[in-house]
Design a protein. Structure first.
Length: 606
């Protein structure tokens, strides 16, 4: 191998030849380096004023050479052994032009992330003279985190005479004795990347803060974040090429093994970024899909999540897109047959069709359940709101449903319906639905449409808002955005400001309740629940009309039916029949129209 990695802009041909010549050096077994190699590196550094790095395996072969800009060299990801109890078998020696040999944060991070045998930095003067060398090595674990030690600065002669075999044997014994099962499982450490576009409704900082919550919910450890201002995304990389270099250095310094972008990436952008960084790249959509996959427990929920994931992954299989799908005959389709990529695509499409068929059956099954509920004429109330607003906690408080309620995003996905008793002795059905979120993936909205139909067919929506959140208004806007996509924005909505126990300012509480069709509660402590139930009763009452019915005695079974399906306010037994004052929905009014008396009679009766 003679390829030179790194920043090659402006390099003369003779310098490139000298860099390629570094591959010809061979290091004696058990020795850190040779004077000839170090002198050659220092000479090139003095001429260029740039950092030079070489990677050496334990057989003494130079396996990679890289060159940086005037500040630093981006250390490439050299392949080596990966094990919690062993080092990689590769050491890195690089130059620091006209500065001290002290190891930088990027040097230390690379030493730890690659588990290098050794990291050495050589200070080189402007005339190419080697001044001093500092080394770093992995010394063991502390609280399940790798610890490093440094030695030096050393003169070149002392560095060359280090007994490398003894040092590596001692270090690996230390690692082996301290390695536990938990250390063998590599934890995902995420660096978050956001782009601040002029049209964004949320600030990039707030959106990244929520993305950090999502990453932690998915099980990753967030080690840092970075934001770039752009007017529009780059077609190939989403971010600018200069930002790629900056992020690569930050990723090495923070030892991140995962990059998460705050916006959905196109398949091409994701492939290009993975190639540029050599890391797993996730976007916000993939992260939310992963959380949904962890949280789905019912058969229906799992099917809906799988459908969303397949729709997301299908265009990301790569290849030539539509060219590979022209298998029906004609020019350009004859040849050896289906490629593996096309077979994978066909299998995914087949699976999507199978899942859609199953979801349609479940949708019809859910429709039957809904029709049975409607047959008893109980009002349907749906809880909607931003994820982690407290919908499940409220359902538990009102109905003792016992559903999972955690202070996490998307703690529950599967809808739960329970009976609720209102102050006017009326009963209603209360359904908890999946939480919404800023930039909710379209794949999820489409996949969960069968479940979200509970929202569409509800008589009343309780919009639960986390009033303690600093951006509750933006969260509320995100909920209404999803409701518009579902065609449910015109439903009767009662806003429920939750978590007022976290608000100390009484003026803020009072201001919240001044808003039309709203109430303030704490689903955790029960504060304001009575006012909420009264508000629900009043909201449902607006959807009904009071009627006076005269029921003949030979149809007295209707009275029992009314007690089961409507709100009976007064019963008067007279010679002409049974006079009943009752609240009826429009559908019920049509059913009992033949028994209705003139509305003026209702006023006289009252």
């Amino acid at each position: 191998m003679s390829e030179i990695c790194g920043d090659l802009d402006g390099l003369k041909k003779i310098i490139k030849q000298e860099l390629e010549g570094l591959y010809l050096f061979s290091i004696p077994y058990g020795q850190t380096a040779t004077e000839e190699l170090l002198t050659a590196m220092a000479k090139i550094t003095g001429a260029l004023g740039r950092e030079i790095a070489v990677y050496i395996n334990r057989r003494g072969q130079i396996i990679q050479v890289a060159v940086g800009d005037t500040r630093t060299v981006t250390l490439p990801l050299a392949e080596g052994r990966r094990s919690a109890s062993r080092l990689s078998g590769i050491r890195c020696i690089h130059t620091h032009p006209q500065t001290s040999s002290q190891l930088s944060n990027v040097d230390i991070a690379t030493l730890k992330s690659l588990r290098l045998d050794l990291m050495a930095a050589m200070s080189v003067s402007s005339d190419g003279t080697i001044e001093e060398i500092t080394i770093g090595f992995v010394a063991g674990f502390s609280n399940e985190e790798l610890e490093t030690q440094t030695a030096g600065p050393l003169p070149m002669s002392e560095f060359i005479n280090i007994d490398l075999n003894y040092l590596l044997s001692y270090l690996e014994r230390q690692l082996g004795s301290q390695t536990t099962t938990s250390l063998l499982m590599e934890k995902e450490t995420a660096l978050l990347v956001g782009v601040d576009f002029p049209h964004n409704a949320w600030s990039a900082e707030d959106s990244l803060a929520e993305l950090a919550q999502l990453a932690e919910t998915a099980g990753a450890s967030v080690v840092g974040s970075i934001i770039q201002k752009r007017n529009h995304p780059d077609p190939s990389l989403f971010i600018g090429s200069g930002k790629v270099d900056e992020i690569r250095l930050l990723q090495q310094e923070l030892n991140a093994n995962l990059l998460i972008f705050d916006d959905e990436l196109s398949p091409a952008q994701q492939r290009n970024l993975e190639k540029a960084f050599g890391l797993k790249i996730l976007d916000r959509t993939a992260l939310i899909l992963d959380i949904f996959a962890q949280r789905a427990h019912s058969h229906e929920g799992k099917l809906q999540v799988e459908l969303a994931q397949l729709r997301y992954n299908l265009p990301r299989l790569g290849g030539q897109g539509l060219v590979l799908s022209r298998l029906g005959g004609g020019i350009g389709t004859r040849g050896p047959g289906e490629t593996k990529l096309e077979v994978d695509r066909r299998r995914i499409r087949t699976r999507i069709h199978d899942i859609e068929t199953q979801i349609t059956m479940l949708r019809n099954h859910r429709k039957l359940h809904r029709e049975r509920r409607q047959a008893v004429n109980l009002p349907n109330i749906a809880l909607v709101g931003y994820t982690n607003a407290g919908k499940s906690t409220l359902l538990n408080y009102l109905t003792s449903a016992g559903v999972l309620a955690e202070d996490k995003l998307f703690a529950t996905l599967d809808p739960t319906t329970r009976l609720i008793h209102l102050p006017n002795r009326q009963e209603a059905l209360l359904t908890d639905t999946v939480g919404f979120i800023h930039k909710l993936p379209h794949q999820l909205i489409a996949a969960f449409r069968a479940t979200l139909e509970e929202v569409i067919h509800a008589d009343l929506l309780l919009h639960v808002v986390d009033a303690s959140h600093p951006r509750y208004q933006e969260q509320s806007d995100a909920v209404f955005h999803v409701l518009r996509e579902l065609g449910a924005e015109s439903k009767s909505i009662l806003t429920v400001f939750n978590k007022i126990d976290r608000i100390d300012n009484e003026f803020v509480k009072e201001r919240l309740t001044r808003q039309e069709s709203s109430t303030a509660i704490s689903a955790l402590t029960g504060d304001g629940i009575d006012n909420l139930l009264e508000a629900i009763s009043n909201a449902l009452r607006k959807k009904t009309v009071d009627e006076l019915l005269r029921i003949p005695y030979d149809c007295s079974s209707i009275l029992s039916e009314l007690y089961d399906t409507a709100t009976v306010k007064n019963v008067d037994y007279q010679d002409e029949g049974i006079y009943v004052t009752v609240s009826l929905s429009p559908d019920q009014k049509g059913r009992y129209k033949m028994y209705c008396l003139d509305t003026n009679a209702l006023g006289d009766e009252e």
